[in-house]
Design a protein around this ligand. Structure first.
Ligand SMILES: *Cc1c(COP(=O)(O)O)cnc(C)c1O
Length: 359
């Protein structure tokens, strides 16, 4: 068997231990004579899977009792519509524009109400996270929306902004479960699964209960948080296999020591890469130091046309999907939870060798 270090931004690496457990359980799940994919979503075995997944997520993230956990479909992109459809009672919301995904969220929200861009780093190519201040928020805004980690640009909020009584809504697709956070500071947290949770097709929503049940009249049933909340995410057939895989990933995180331990590991991985980039005059980070992501790390080779060669030779060395996003250029290493420290060490060794050969 050959496994590579996959630096893809998403779908991305899954822990090998999880894949192997899924493989062992695939044809005959717990002596049912069926795979999880074939189980009824109303069966006892699947009920254990979905409640087990929720309990583990609650434990890992320390989710307070007045929050619901929903397992839905449609990706983070569908949340761009669900959030305004459910929360825009006054018809306006504050958005912080920190990258391509923020822009998509704003574009969608504009269909349902007024979007106030209260801060933006677009004029600087999204290379930093703007400072937010209490007095920037419209007291009548239905919510404030942020993208906690900007997958394409490689920036992240280092602190959760204090929005007072205005619910804070966060797209956490690319950094959920990567570091300890205080869930009680948020009204809604949502994340597509394919970065830090499991396979694509599942979306996790963590929502404070008082934000459920206020959907606009035109809100489709499937986009109403209440539909999924009332039915325990079983209004229709949920992405059953994705939920099963998410449960295995949550178990894996717990075995590693929980979010505290995974955060330490992620910080170590990120600093290996950032420290090397800082020590080299060949590579450069395009991101402001106080805004750096520990999940997605873009880097460039200024002045030389070597990106194509870098990506090609890295692939030959078993380091996959390092091409930067077309809007940023250069390279990007996505080092989510499942990327082992050895993967980042292998990347840094390769970068050193490439630098020596091409300087
Ligand atoms: C990947 C990503 C998305 C899009 O997720 P889908 O599940 O494909 O809709 C949205 N926001 C962020 C921050 C992402 O990283």
């Amino acid at each position: 068997m050959k496994r590579v270090y996959n630096f893809s931004a998403g779908p991305s690496m899954l822990p090998l231990a999880v894949l192997e457990k899924a493989q062992r359980e695939l044809p005959d799940y717990k002596e049912s004579g069926m795979s999880v994919m074939e189980l009824s979503h109303r069966s006892g075995l699947f009920t254990d899977i979905i409640t087990g997944a929720e309990d583990l997520l609650r434990e890992l993230m320390n989710i307070p009792d007045n929050y619901k956990v929903l397992f839905v479909q449609g990706g983070a992109s569908q949340q761009f519509a669900m959030v305004p459809l459910n929360l825009m009672k006054n018809g306006k919301a504050d958005y912080v524009n920190t990258g391509s995904w923020s822009k998509k969220a704003m574009k969608e929200a504009k269909k349902y109400g007024q979007v106030n861009v209260i801060a933006s780093s677009e004029e600087d190519n999204f290379t930093y996270i703007p400072k937010l201040d209490q007095n920037m928020f419209d007291p009548e805004a239905d919510y404030v929306h942020i993208t906690t980690n900007n997958t394409i640009e490689g920036t992240a909020f280092r602190e959760v902004p204090d929005t007072g009584n205005i619910p804070l809504v966060a797209d956490m697709s690319s950094n959920i479960l990567s570091e300890e956070i205080d869930v009680s500071k948020f009204g809604i947290i949502y994340a597509g699964a394919q970065k830090n949770i499991g396979p694509a097709g599942l979306t996790v929503v963590i929502i404070r209960e008082d934000l459920i049940g206020n959907a606009s009249d035109i809100c489709p049933t499937m986009l109403d948080y209440q539909t999924h909340s009332e039915s325990g995410s079983l209004y229709n057939t949920p992405p059953t296999y994705g939920i099963y895989m998410a449960k295995l990933v949550f178990e894996w995180i717990k075995e590693l020591g929980g979010i505290h331990a995974i955060q330490k590991r992620n910080e170590l991985k990120a600093s290996l890469l950032y420290d090397y980039i800082a020590s080299s005059d060949f590579y450069q980070s395009p991101v402001a130091e106080d805004s750096r992501s520990i999940m997605n790390i873009p880097f460039v080779i200024p002045g030389l046309d070597l990106d194509g060669q870098f990506v090609k030779e890295a692939k030959e060395a078993g380091l996959e999907t390092l091409k930067g996003h077309r809007s940023v250029g250069g390279m990007r290493a996505s080092i989510y939870n499942a990327m082992p420290v050895e993967g980042v060490e292998a990347l840094v060794s390769f970068m050193k060798k490439f630098e020596e050969e091409n300087k």
